[in-house]
Design a protein around this ligand. Sequence first.
Ligand SMILES: N[C@@H](CCC(=O)N[C@@H](CS)C(=O)NCC(=O)O)C(=O)O
Length: 254
Amino acid sequence: MTLRYYHAEPLANSLKSMIPLKEKGLAYESVYVDLHRFEQHADWFTAINPEGQVPVLDHDGTIVTHTSVINEYLEDAFPDAPPLRPADPAGAARMRFWNKFVDEHVMNFVSMHGWHRMVGVIARGIDTGAFEALVERIPLHEQREKWKAARSGFSEADLANATRKIEVAVDKVEARLGEGPWLAGDAYTLADINFYSHCGMMVERMFPELEIATRCPRLVEWRERVTARSAVAEALKGEDRTLPGLRTWGGEVR
Ligand SMILES: N[C@@H](CCC(=O)N[C@@H](CS)C(=O)NCC(=O)O)C(=O)O
C-alpha cells in the first residue's frame, strides 16, 4: 500500500488533510508543490489533478482531490486507524454540518484576505506579459479570476464582506463551544480540523481588530487544545517556503 500526499505549506487546505494523515498514523510520501513557482499549474501536476490545485491524495493510484472528500476517504479506506468521524449517524451529520459550514462560509473568505495580502504582492511582482501567460495556464475559471483580482487588489466591499463572514463564523463557533468541547459534540473530529486549518489557527493574527481573545475565549481555549495535539504539532513543522515578510497565514500579519 502506498500513500502519496501532494501539498503546499502546512496551512489551509494543505494542512487540513495532512492532520488526519498524522492523526491516523498513516505513513505517506510527501510531495511538496511549490505554489510560489506555480508548480500547481505545471503539466506534470495537472496530469495528476486537472484542476491545478493542492492538496491531492494518491492511494495506490486512486487520485482523490478536495480536502473534505480526501478526509472522509481516509475514514472509509482505513477503518482500523483512529477515527475522526463519529460512528453514529447523528454525530456524523453534526460533523458534516460543520464541514459544510467551513467549506462554504469560511474558507473562501479567510482565503480572500490571505490572497489580498500575500498572493497580491507576488502577482504584482510579475510583469504584465508573464502574468497573462501564467493566468492562461490556470485550469479553473474561478482561480483565474482570483489571481487577477489578487493582482489588481480585491475591492474594499468584497474585503469588508469577507471580514463580516469571518465575524459571523467566530461568533457561531464560540456559541457552539458553549454546548460542548468540540464542534460535533464530545469528540474531536474532521470538523475541528477543518475550522482550525482555515480560520482558528490564524484568526487572531490575521484579524487583530476582531479582538478574538476577549470576544471568543472558548474558541481560544479550543484552539490551544487542537494545537497541543502531537499530530497537529507534527503537521505544523512542515516545509514553509513563503517569504517571511509575506507570511500572513502562519506568521506575521502585514
Ligand atoms: N476545494 C479545494 C480547494 C483547494 C485549494 O483552494 N487549494 C489552494 C491552496 S490552499 C491552491 O491550490 N491554490 C493555488 C491556485 O489555485 O493557484 C479543496 O478543498 O482541496
